[in-house]
Design a protein around this ligand. Structure first.
Ligand SMILES: O=C(O)Cc1cc(O)ccc1O
Ligand SMILES: [Fe+2]
Length: 430
């Protein structure tokens, strides 16, 4: 059953929303008394002193302040890992995985998180964690927040509702959502099962990629990013709050729903985006442009033009390049590339890279089209061609991406991945 939720629009806007009339104070943030006897609470995901253009914070007007909760205790990390990954040596090997299977036993979003890889350092606020979620149950009486980073959801199967302190977002395959660091949320399944990818960004929050000479429009347009309206619940019970903090999982009791925010204002709320809105820009002459033209969101690293993480999509599009080898070129890159497939077929790999699967081509490790794709594309008639039935993505990072022990040794790893290049022949007849 699809949900028809109301959203506000505009990337990073300073939003104002109230679920009860007059709940949001006017003209100030912290009046002596807030209407409806709500508590005011500030939420900062940047330092107080971050420049205005970078500064992100919200003010919440809530039934109880967040300090009303129990004591934290450590819990098992399950298959969740955090950078730096030290449990195994990172090999330069090209890696590929089958999809993680949906479990048979009852599994909610938290229980079904599997970390595939990570880089940088969560404690140092650089790098990313890459996880897969597989679930067959909604989170019941359980809430979660991640102090280690913001979470980019890339659903691959099923439809979920993200209930958050700021309100609700519904997302399905072909859409994405970002939950800022620290925002409490729970995941409800609208379908029997759900699977997707998560990029946990320990670094600078995502921003929209620059457009350069392309001009004032195109790529991801600000107006297509959707934010929730305030939607509070006034609910008491024996609930649990789970936190990911400095690489470990903790829990505490909480006697009420933390989604008790009646009104909020600010620019650090969760948001969603339909990837079909991405205005794809590509060559109309020759050669294969670099995939940076497909960047939806980027987390700057501090060095201009070099990303902590770029989120890049490969959407359905026209291919018209003349006298050009059209699929991705053979490639070695300083940036490390983790890829996933939401649906269909990816042009460089027609076999073995399946929806829900993943691949990793690390810093300077060679990769590119499999042997058969090379043959086909080198001999194809170069008529305009519509790429349909395809939606791949890439998490591309300046830091070497370390697979977890589970990723290297688990059943999803394809041990024969590099065989896809074995059939590449010497053709040279010099
Ligand atoms: O498949 C990849 O490796 C990603 C990729 C795609 C592309 O079109 C050009 C370069 C590149 O790294
Ligand atoms: Fe590449």
């Amino acid at each position: 059953m699809a949900l028809d939720l109301e959203y506000m629009t505009g990337f990073g806007n300073e939003f104002e929303t109230e679920a009860l009339p007059g709940a949001l104070p006017k003209g100030q943030f912290s009046p002596q008394k807030v209407k409806y006897d709500l508590y005011a609470e500030q939420f900062n995901v940047t330092a107080f002193t971050a420049p205005r253009s970078d500064n992100r914070r919200n003010w919440f007007y809530r039934i109880r302040p967040s300090v009303v909760q129990g004591e934290y205790e450590a819990i098992d990390n399950g298959l969740i890992r955090t950078a730096p990954i030290t449990e195994i040596i990172t090999p330069p090997t090209m890696l590929r995985w089958d999809p993680v299977a949906i479990p048979e036993v009852k599994t909610d979003f938290i229980d079904g998180l599997v970390t595939m890889a990570a880089n940088g350092s969560a404690n140092g606020q650089t790098g990313i964690g890459i996880h897969i979620y597989v679930a067959n149950s909604s989170m019941e009486g359980r809430y979660f927040y991640n102090a280690d980073g913001e979470m980019l959801f890339v659903p691959q199967d099923g439809e979920i509702v993200l209930h958050t302190e700021c309100g609700k977002l519904a997302i399905k395959a072909g859409e994405i959502a970002v939950i800022p660091r620290g925002i409490k949320f729970s995941v409800e399944l609208l379908t029997e099962t759900a699977r997707g990818y998560i990029c946990e960004n320990y670094g600078h929050s995502y921003v929209l990629a620059e457009r350069g000479p392309v001009g004032a429009n195109g790529y991801a347009n600000d107006r297509d990013f959707q934010y929730p309206v305030a939607a509070f619940e006034d609910k008491e019970g024996d609930f649990e709050l789970v936190a990911k903090f400095n690489g470990n999982m903790f829990r505490c009791d909480i006697g009420h729903s933390p989604f008790d925010v009646v009104a909020w204002t600010g620019n650090s709320a969760p948001y969603k985006y339909d990837l079909a809105r991405f205005n794809v820009i590509n060559t109309v002459s020759f050669d294969h442009p670099d995939p940076s033209i497909f960047t939806v969101l980027t987390s700057p690293s501090g060095t201009p033009g070099v990303a902590n993480i770029d989120f890049v999509v490969f959407p359905p599009r026209w291919m018209v390049a003349e006298n050009t080898f059209r699929p991705p070129y053979y490639h070695r890159n300083i940036m490390s590339e983790f890829m996933g497939l939401i649906e269909g077929v990816y042009d460089a790999k027609e076999h073995g890279f399946v929806p829900g699967g993943s691949s990793l081509h690390n810093c300077m490790s060679p990769h590119g089209p499999e042997a058969e794709v090379f043959e086909k594309a080198s001999n194809a008639e170069l008529a305009p061609q519509r790429y349909e039935n395809t939606l791949a993505f890439m998490f591309e990072s300046r830091y070497i991406i370390s697979p977890t022990k589970y990723a290297l040794e688990g059943t999803e790893r394809q041990p024969n991945y590099s065989a896809c290049w074995k059939g590449i022949e010497k053709k040279f007849k010099g």
